[in-house]
Ligand binder design. Sequence first.
Ligand code: KE4
Length: 433
Amino acid sequence: MTTTTRPSTELFEEAKRYIPGGVNSPVRSFSSVGGTPRFIERGDGPYIFDVEGRRYIDYVCSWGPLILGHRPREVLAALSEAMERGTTFGAATRAETDLARLVVELVPGIELVRMVNSGTEATMSAVRLARGFTGRQKIIKFTGCYHGHADPFLVEAGSGMATLGLPGSPGVPETATSATLVCPYNDAATLESIFETHGPEVAAVILEPIAANMGVVPPEPGFLQSVAKLCRQAGALVIFDEVITGFRVALGGAQELYGLTPDLTCLGKIIGGGLPVGAYGGRRDVMEMVSPAGPVYQAGTLSGNPLAMAAGLATLRALKAPGLYDTLERRSRRLAEGLAERARANGVPFRVNRVGSLLTPFFSLRPVRSYEDAKNCDRDAYRVFFWTMLERGVYLAPSPFEAMFVSLAHRDEDIDETIESAGAAFAAVAEAN
Ligand code: KE4
């Protein structure tokens, strides 16, 4: 293992000479919290270690994929076995069928599934498929939801778009977003009025069944049911973007948790076990429109890559063990309650939105139920909290519009240490106010 003594500050300056903004994905730049991103040398279990050897309890977990923690032994074993046989063939392999069969077994709404290489590829393909299947053009998304960086979604998106305050993006032609209608999340009344005006032209509604790119904002009771009902009445498809929630909030994702089956589901992150995998799947009659079975074209050189399939299979098979989601629930609840207790002890306005091991700390007195609510939270307080936690060895998302992820590698002592550090971080927030 090569260790470098050059600090992150120097590495970041060099990176910026060759990579836009010094990073390969904007949110990693720490632009929302300021300062220099830590260059990470390695990970192990619940920890990551930066190039200067500092250890952090990691709650980013690569933005969700690492539900088993870093370097889980079953994933490393599967990868080294697969690597002995080569890395990629550009041809059909058994591993692709094995992972597809397991996804069909685990995700209620998926009868047929196509592997791609990212969540963005999954969502953009699902929207193309919905348009091809219905013969309609319009899609509806929700403000603050993020579905990756494909053109049709870059309107009032969440995640890095929210972090950077980008209402849209240069380079996205008007023609690409003119068929994208936007509705506030958790606002069934506005959705109904959009359908009243545009219903017969709507191909699909795409949404995160639990929003996690404006921070975590769960669906209000009845909201998902209203989406499904309005779509059914209008002949539009329901697309659940479960790139984050898939295999995270339950083994069958949010659709299992809420007992609501969409027409199409988009997956990413956990399905690849830390390697690049996205997937989209759903009703057989819809998915059979996908090339070469049907006319809707979509392709990818490394889709279903054998190494990525091996990592994904090892991860999903490990998640089938009984009781794991109860463990995640118990530890995550203890973390959320501990954070809230330390905030109260320091008189800091604070709340945690949480579903299972997916949670976001909000510096707000009021409930956070929409993108507007999330944008009104105290971002300066989050910045102070973030840096104090980082200096105390706890690595949170460098943006208030993301989530914390608890993995099965986070033990009780790590949760306790995190809560301890949060006490000092809330004191620093109170001090700064
Ligand atoms: P990717 O193309 O980044 O694999 O997935 C896009 C995507 C689609 N749908 C949802 C609900 C997502 O959260 C994402 C990507 N998530 C962000 C973090 N919130 C990835 C982190 C990043 O952009 O670097």
